[in-house]
Design a protein around this ligand. Sequence first.
Ligand SMILES: Cc1cc2nc3c(=O)[nH]c(=O)nc-3n(C[C@H](O)[C@H](O)[C@H](O)COP(=O)(O)OP(=O)(O)OC[C@H]3O[C@@H](n4cnc5c(N)ncnc54)[C@H](O)[C@@H]3O)c2cc1C
Ligand code: SF4
Ligand code: SF4
Ligand code: SF4
Length: 502
Amino acid sequence: MKIEEMIAANRADCSGCGACANICPKNAIKMTRDAEGFAYPIIDPELCIKCGRCDMTCPALNYEAKTIDALPPTFVATYPNEKILRQSSSGAIFTALSEIILTNGGIVFGAGFDKNWHVRHMSAKNLDELKNLRGSKYVQSPIGDVYRQVQDALQSQPVLFTGVPCQCVGLKNFLGKDYDNLLTVDVICRGVPSPALWECYIDTLGYAHEITHVNFRTKRRGWGKRMDINFSDQEHKAERILNNLYGRLFLRNLSLRPSCSACKFRFPNGQSDLTIGDAWGIKDFAPEMFDSRGVSVVFIHTAKGEKFFEQAGLKKQQVSFADVVKRNTFYISPAIADSRRKEFFDDLAENNDWFAVMQKYYNQDDETNNKETDAKNAAAFKESFTNVTAQIRQNFEKNILVIFTPTNDNEQQIFVNFLERNFKNCGVYLLRPGKKFPMIFIENFSLLKFSLKKTDELTSFVKQYNISEIFVKLPLDFGKNSSMVNNWLKNCGLPAKTFDKK
Ligand SMILES: Cc1cc2nc3c(=O)[nH]c(=O)nc-3n(C[C@H](O)[C@H](O)[C@H](O)COP(=O)(O)OP(=O)(O)OC[C@H]3O[C@@H](n4cnc5c(N)ncnc54)[C@H](O)[C@@H]3O)c2cc1C
Ligand code: SF4
Ligand code: SF4
Ligand code: SF4
């Protein structure tokens, strides 16, 4: 099937990554905006020589879902640089990584503003230019000929490419081979709104007052979801993203690209070295790492990604994959479009006054509809989560369970690292003295929380996950909890081995 046929059959297949336009040797493909304002490839038949390179490069046409054989090591982290942290949307990991590349004579690619506050992909060759790439821009960032620029730069210098997951896959398909000097970082991606909608919004504000600064994620009141727009006449528009005309349509999934609700490039189908996002809900799973100026989550996919992550001078802590994705569902599960999406874009297509249409849907924001969308998103996440856990279990050759009681967080980390290195398929039952709920991890994937008193749950866990061996490491002074654990072990009928012998 050809890209044009694919798009005619289902527009949602095309993410607008621009790989086809970049690869075309005759520049026969123009990424052209449709009535919704999203760009799709249009081929000029006069220029096309039918070489087929666009079809061979398209990530959607050549898509093969990956199977999960291991979960990526998952960290929460911040770049301990007060100023940069405040200017970044999350924990400033993007800047920390960029600085390594730039100080080694490299170049960084990412989404920046042009002079009209429209967004597009561009490069930064030094720390000054990097400022414009810092911070999330919640709009689709046109790639232009940036993949070609990356390829050129790779001939002579280190390159960091950042973008949404479909752009990282687009770049990899375009390049067609690995480069040692290329680091790719994608962001957790809820989805991207129409660039034409953003341009209408910001241009309309700009008619009345000259705009001097836009920040989709200001930290004026700390890390959260607030937007800032500054004007030259001292006017200042600061509000929660949900209360902003453009922002609410984004967060309600009304203005997203069709491909985003059917996204093929979330975990496990991304192709970056690292994925970065917000460590939402961190107080619930790593409270000691909370920072009111922002904290990132980082998923490590490759040895190269790990090397850069280690070099970046970050404050960091390893956490459970599941603890993160349960609070940040868009890493594994797509955003379900609001049920009014089609009506909204049809209205835009029929009206010249887009600002007025945006206001109409902003004001219509009704609770019943939101609850419905929230419920659909929760159901979609549950399905993705079940799928991920099922795949992990399928790939287990042998499941073991480790019952362990760390005396502090540091010991816990050392122990979990040790297990990860030494056991391929490892369930870890962490009993934390003084904590109400110990946790079970499978390859760092926390699945269940047990009450110390529920003997039967351990037995059913052993059956459910086909556990073949149990290793125990308890402190000597575990008191009456020791006999409780001994009772569990007796009940589930598996001999307990001491951990040290393994
Ligand atoms: C459209 C979009 C949706 C997102 N959805 C989520 C989400 O659901 N959950 C979550 O945890 N995090 C999400 N993020 C990521 C998050 O907002 C931060 O960008 C990320 O945590 C990086 O933060 P930082 O502090 O390390 O660096 P920052 O300096 O804040 O981040 C800048 C980085 O984001 C990239 N970027 C910014 N805008 C765009 C864009 N429009 N297209 C492509 N790349 C862009 C830049 O190239 C740069 O790499 C989203 C980001 C975008 C752009
Ligand atoms: S077939 Fe070849 S020349 Fe034609 S649009 Fe595709 S890449 Fe360009
Ligand atoms: S390469 Fe990207 S932009 Fe081109 S058709 Fe495929 S998905 Fe769409
Ligand atoms: S949700 Fe998927 S298709 Fe949409 S921008 Fe993000 S990575 Fe691309």
